[in-house]
Design a protein around this ligand. Structure first.
Ligand code: SAM
Ligand code: SF4
Ligand code: SF4
Length: 355
């Protein structure tokens, strides 16, 4: 650590204290991957041709134990993190996940508010786990669901998993008090864009919040092409033509989803336009991988090892200084650079919609 990091942690980012990075962005979110494994093989994430039987997933002893995750999470919270999102791979394939949620739930932010704990899942095991997770202190849940059409859904999850079981898992989440459930939809041109209106109609009826995520060029295996991206603005325009919408102001600085409410009062939708409308300037997210690497951007080529120092006997103060230094040096803005380099980006009239 150099003495540069010793300067006071004042922030003008969102009016709260916390270390700022090179572009003045505060550290507010930590996404915790609890496993690199998944029971699905969505082609845009873990194509089965690559993640087949022979794929070498992490051995158990290389994955952070719950107590290690809790310790690191507490340090992140002391540095200004307000929101923890448990994710993966598929987080529900990790044994005893409610135990981890129960360990994270008592954490409080530096201004003594409860930390916001959420989970992103493919929903396949929610019928069994929704209630234990809610009882452990989970407040919010996001379920990924790319189509209501069984055939399309089976194709998009790569393992022929029936949509009915995910719908039942979503119902279980609601019964467990985790409503409103957020539904993440990744659209791929020509694959599931025909599902937009049926998903919107269903979510309006059921009271779920839909979030359309633009298909991104994460990793190196999904064969991403810009032509496959369905711009969030196009999705909102399609829905707006059926049920008029109006934009909602961002709830807080750093909120990545742009939101619209239905003018008839029946809920809202969101668009995460990471490709066509990058939001790096407000990106407050950090990511902890299952083996304890800290990534400061979804597109980082490499992470920073926290497990080594953690298992090597580092004190909380040492780990805190390490993380603070990594955040302080952060200069990631991959999506903005991609947008600048990609001349064929579609023109967006996002703010004109429903206005
Ligand atoms: N397995 C869980 C799930 O699917 O919800 C959690 C992990 S998954 C990696 C988290 C989210 O990333 C999901 O909503 C998924 O749809 C989204 N995702 C995965 N690959 C993506 C890609 N190439 N572009 C956009 N979103 C993607
Ligand atoms: Fe698994 Fe989620 Fe990736 Fe699909 S998106 S393969 S469910 S981790
Ligand atoms: Fe944040 Fe990186 Fe995504 Fe930009 S590209 S919004 S810096 S995660």
């Amino acid at each position: 650590m150099t003495e540069t990091f010793a300067e006071p942690a004042a922030t003008t980012f969102d009016g709260r204290d916390g270390r700022l990075d090179r572009f003045g962005r505060a550290l507010r979110d930590l996404r915790i991957s609890v496993t690199d494994r998944c029971n699905f093989r969505c082609p845009y994430c873990m194509p089965k041709e690559v993640f087949g039987r022979d794929y070498a997933f992490l051995p158990r002893d290389e994955i952070l134990r719950f107590e290690e995750i809790r310790r690191l999470a507490a340090i992140f919270v002391s540095l200004g993190v307000r929101k923890l999102r448990v994710t993966g791979g598929e987080p529900l394939v990790r044994h005893d996940l409610p135990e981890l949620v129960a360990m994270l739930a008592p954490l409080r932010t530096s201004d003594d508010e409860p930390v916001d704990i959420a989970l992103t899942t493919n929903g396949s095991a929610l019928r069994r786990l929704a209630r234990p997770l809610a009882e452990a202190g989970l407040r919010r849940i996001t379920v990924s669901l790319d189509s209501l059409d069984d055939e399309t859904f089976r194709r998009m999850n790569g393992v022929n998993f029936p949509v009915e079981r995910v719908l039942d898992g979503i119902a279980a989440a609601r019964e467990a008090g985790l409503a409103p459930v957020k539904i993440n939809v990744v659209l791929r041109r020509g694959l599931n864009e025909s599902s937009i209106l049926s998903l919107a109609a269903w979510a309006r009826d059921e009271g779920h919040i839909l979030r359309f995520i633009e298909y991104m060029d994460v990793g190196t295996t999904n064969g991403w092409r810009l032509d496959d991206v369905v711009p969030a603005a196009e999705v909102v325009a399609t829905i707006d033509a059926a049920w008029p919408t109006e934009p909602i102001e961002a709830g807080y600085r750093g909120e990545v989803a742009r939101r619209w409410r239905y003018r008839d009062g029946r809920g809202e939708i969101g668009g995460i336009a990471s490709v066509t409308q990058p939001f790096c300037g407000d990106c407050t997210r950090s990511r902890l991988s299952a083996e304890g690497q800290l990534y400061t951007c979804l597109f980082s080529a490499s992470g920073h090892d926290l497990r080594g120092p953690l298992r090597g006997g580092a004190s909380d103060a040492e780990l805190r200084a390490l993380i603070e230094g990594i955040w302080f040096a952060r200069a990631d803005r991959y999506s903005e650079l991609r947008a600048a380099a990609t001349e064929r980006l579609p023109k967006i009239e996002m703010f004109a919609l429903g206005g």
